[in-house]
Design a protein around this ligand. Sequence first.
Ligand code: 5GP
Ligand code: MG
Length: 180
Amino acid sequence: MNKVTLKDKTFRTSIPYERIMTAIDQVAAKINADFRGCTDVPVLLCVLNGSIMFTAELMKRLEFNCQIVSTKLTSYEGTNTTGKVKQAMGMTADITGRRVIVIEDIVDSGNTIVELKRILEEKGASESRICTMLLKPDAYKKDVKLDYVAMEIPNDFIVGFGLDYDELGRNFKDIYILDE
Ligand code: 5GP
Ligand code: MG
């Protein structure tokens, strides 16, 4: 599939599945290097819904005992951020005293991860790191350290591999860019 249409918008292939897999291999290797042999059980915090595919692919490659916890945050409407981050669903388990690796689909303005860091501190995580599949460096203006970044992309709207346009397109195995 070279082009796809979702509602009123057309998208074209931007990052094929094979390239996504290579990037996830590389980021998983870095996380393994940092956590392999650890004696605690770090939490992988899947930020629903966008991170669902990335979390699944990443966790297959991790070689230490880890626990999946999910939460849901929302900020996007259509193809734009509203700037206001809402926690639409709390954490599915207590993370007090735990080391947490936040698994994000994409960091854009950074509002979401700033709010996540605040929530994790409030909930008493002993440490939190950020792992994101995608980063838009030109949009990111926050100071929060991005510990693990799989791929960097230009400041364009994308869908696929978990990412949506009004809840559509999450099932695509490749990543598509708005074709305008
Ligand atoms: P931020 O809070 O960093 O501005 O945005 C983070 C969230 O907005 C991401 O987790 C993702 O859900 C959504 N988002 C940001 N950029 C895009 C994009 O290009 N496409 C889609 N589908 N969602 C995006
Ligand atoms: Mg997200």
